[in-house]
Structures are given as structure tokens and as C-alpha cells.
Ligand binder design. Structure first.
Ligand code: HEC
Length: 129
């Protein structure tokens, strides 16, 4: 039993490629990359809190599925952060649960956050509860 558990753990550990960020390292990366101007992990700012983002993509409603058009949430979000919001094309967040209207996301090019860092950050965001 012990051996079985150890081998399961090793398989899981070797299949995860993205670095696992802690809340603290995620905050530092978000600050460095300018995401903090509009986002926080817990509270609504100009954009949705990362907890709300995680909740939406871990509990797919017909509305969100229609919006994803068959793409996986992770792949979709990688692109969306790069392109930003285009009114009439990919505006997704309307009103927060506090009744606040969300703004628009400006594009975030690789000069602001590298693909590797963005991958780690989105992986982290999608684990928030
Ligand atoms: C100028 C403000 C602003 C900045 C800077 C910004 N965001 Fe956003 N973000 C928003 C807004 C507003 C939304 C909601 C967009 C919408 O409804 O289309 C959003 C949405 C998102 C979403 C969810 C997208 C969706 O369609 O569900 C993710 C993930 C995200 N942002 C990550 C990031 C990351 C990572 C950064 C930093 C590299 C960042 N944002 C920088 C304002 C911003």
C-alpha cells in the first residue's frame, strides 16, 4: 500500500510542468506584470477577482460554455490576457456580485509577462477556491 501511494505521488509530480506559485509569489508576479492595477486575488477591482475567475471556469454554465466556443478554459484565458477585451467580441464580465460594472482589460504583451510566467499565473488562478 505504501509503495502504491508513493508511486502515485511520483506520477502526479512528474506530470505537472507548470511551477506551483504560492499566494505570495503570485502577488509579486501580478505586481511586476501590472495585473494588480485591475485585479486582486480576493476582491473585485476594475476586473474580476481571481477567485471569481476560478469559480467561473471550474463551474461551467451553458453561458460560459457558449463563450468558450469549445476551447479549454486554460487555453482561452492565455489568449484573452494577451488580446485584452474587444467590445462585441470577447467582453465577458458584466456586473460583479456587488453590482459593480467591470471595465475593459488592456492587452498584456509578452514584454509585460512572459508566456512561462503567464502559464504559471493562470494555472495558479484556476486552483483558487
Ligand atoms: C486595465 C486593467 C487590467 C489589467 C492591467 C489586467 N486586467 Fe485582466 N481583466 C480586466 C477586466 C476589466 C477583465 C474583464 C474582461 C472582460 O469582461 O472581457 C479582466 C479579465 C481577466 C481574466 C478573465 C478573462 C475572461 O474572459 O474570463 C483573467 C484571467 C485576467 N483578466 C488576467 C489578467 C492578468 C494575468 C493580467 C496581468 C498580466 C491582467 N489580467 C491585467 C482588467 C485588467
Amino acid at each position: 500500500m505504501k509503495i502504491l501511494l508513493i508511486s502515485c505521488f511520483m506520477t502526479a509530480a512528474t506530470t505537472i510542468h507548470a511551477a506551483t506559485l504560492t499566494s505570495d509569489t503570485a502577488n509579486k508576479l501580478m505586481t511586476k506584470s501590472g495585473c494588480m492595477t485591475c485585479h486582486s486575488q480576493d476582491t473585485t477591482k476594475i476586473g474580476p477577482s481571481y477567485k471569481d475567475v476560478s469559480h467561473r471556469y471550474n463551474n461551467l454554465t451553458p453561458e460560459t460554455l457558449a463563450y468558450l466556443k469549445g476551447e479549454k478554459p486554460f487555453d482561452y484565458l492565455m489568449k484573452k490576457v494577451r488580446t485584452g477585451t474587444k467590445i462585441g467580441v470577447n467582453k465577458n464580465w458584466v456586473k460583479s456580485k456587488e453590482g459593480k460594472t467591470y471595465g475593459m482589460m488592456t492587452p498584456n504583451p509578452a514584454s509585460r509577462i512572459s508566456d512561462a510566467d503567464l502559464k504559471d499565473l493562470i494555472t495558479y488562478i484556476l486552483t483558487l477556491k
